[in-house]
Design a protein around this ligand. Structure first.
Ligand SMILES: [Zn+2]
Length: 390
């Protein structure tokens, strides 16, 4: 198979692909690599007379690309550079002859170049769609205050809901501040406040003569509710920052496919390839009874079985511990304060990192308590040395 099931490239690998061969660094290594490429290309040229014409064209094209990736400039002597160039010329000439003699024409070569891009783009699109579809959002349906409904909708709709909620719950930040920093820890732990700020005790009710103890009981209830709502707000912020990269990767992949099919008659070309070019698609994807028509299904299936498919999700709200919530809230207010000061380097306190560590679920990975402990400690230290203004 010419399609890499790790990175989705055809006949080559992306920089970050685990299957990519090590990049030669020294001149000697580079030279050796070019010589090896030339040996491969020469073998392709020699075998081209006996292969089926279309397959030979595809292999010649691949050999030409290989020599382009390993160019003659990395060879030491003039004679060697010249034999590299001669080989490139011979490959192109042979391919041209085959295009003519087989009746496939140059159009076949153009189709081949396009099909490789198309399969690559479709593979990445299928991979990103599977990531988005499979994203485990079930924890959102078990939030303690107001569970998110309609979780089977596309992830982007769920994310839009979260965005709305975050917008609407913005006012909670100010309510938390009114209770003062001394009560923040207890708010996040779900305990009663250390003391009730006097400005909350007075106000309209006081003037109306409602008893102080009634007002106090009322305020304790509000404090409890505020804690629940604010924890949920923080959780949704973290959920949102876990979901957004998944959606943005999907958007990039969909855009790539769209661009490919909307320019220069791409969609028509792809339809024609799926109708007529069995050998071409088999060369890229390996033989499959559903080729060529079923190319997109074949690619989707390959993507959904790929090791590169990493389906993320959200950890349950109730698994986050009291101490985590407390430090998280402090980090959040430190960050807000910093942003209000116009200093956007807010990653410094690691709040986003903490949110990720607590909420993002990666397959086969548990909660990294050591890492979390380090971030918590850092946040508490920063808070102690310079708490934000209340
Ligand atoms: Zn690869």
């Amino acid at each position: 198979m010419q399609l890499c099931l790790e990175c989705g490239k055809v006949e080559e690998h992306a920089d970050e692909c685990p299957r990519r061969p090590p990049v030669p660094t020294t001149p000697a290594e580079k030279q050796k690599r070019v010589q090896k490429a030339m040996t491969v290309a020469q073998a392709v040229l020699d075998a081209s007379a006996t292969a089926a014409p279309k397959v030979a064209i595809l292999k010649l094209l691949a050999a030409e690309n290989l020599l382009e990736r390993y160019p003659s400039r990395d060879l030491p002597g003039f004679a060697e550079k010249r034999s590299h160039n001669d080989l490139v010329t011979a490959l192109g000439k042979k391919r041209g002859e085959l295009e003519t003699s087989s009746g496939a024409g140059h159009k076949f070569t153009e189709d081949a170049v396009f099909a490789k891009q198309a399969v690559s783009a479709l593979f990445l699109q299928a991979l990103r769609r599977a990531e988005s579809r499979g994203f485990d959002r079930s924890a959102l349906g078990r939030l303690p205050v107001s569970p998110v409904e309609g979780l089977t909708r596309p992830l982007k709709n769920v994310a839009a809901d979260i965005g709305d909620r975050l917008e609407k719950s913005r006012g909670l930040d100010a309510q938390v501040r009114v209770w003062g920093w001394k009560n923040l820890g207890r708010l996040m732990l779900g305990l009663e406040p250390l003391d009730v700020p006097s400005e909350l005790m007075g106000g309209v009710l006081g003037k109306l003569g409602v008893g102080k103890s009634t007002r106090r009981i009322e305020l304790l209830g509000e404090f409890k509710k505020l804690g629940d709502q604010f924890r949920e707000r923080l959780y949704l912020i973290a959920a949102s920052s876990t979901i957004l990269p998944v959606m943005s990767r999907l958007a990039v992949a969909e855009e790539t496919w769209k661009k490919l099919t909307t320019k220069d008659g791409g969609a028509e070309r792809w339809d024609r390839i799926k109708k007529d070019e069995k050998e071409l698609l088999e060369y890229i994807l390996d033989p499959d009874p559903s080729l060529p028509q079923g190319a997109e299904d074949v690619v989707s299936l390959l993507a959904s079985n790929s090791r590169a498919l990493v389906v993320l999700g959200l950890r349950p709200f109730e698994e986050i511990r009291g101490v985590d919530w407390e430090a998280w809230a402090k980090g959040y207010f430190l960050e807000l304060h910093q942003m209000a000061d116009g200093d956007m380097a807010s990653g410094e306190f690691g709040t986003r990192k903490l949110a990720r560590l607590l909420v993002e679920k990666r397959p086969g990975e548990g909660v990294d308590r050591d890492k979390i402990a380090r971030v918590l400690q850092k946040l508490q230290e920063v808070w102690r040395s310079s708490p934000p203004d209340a």
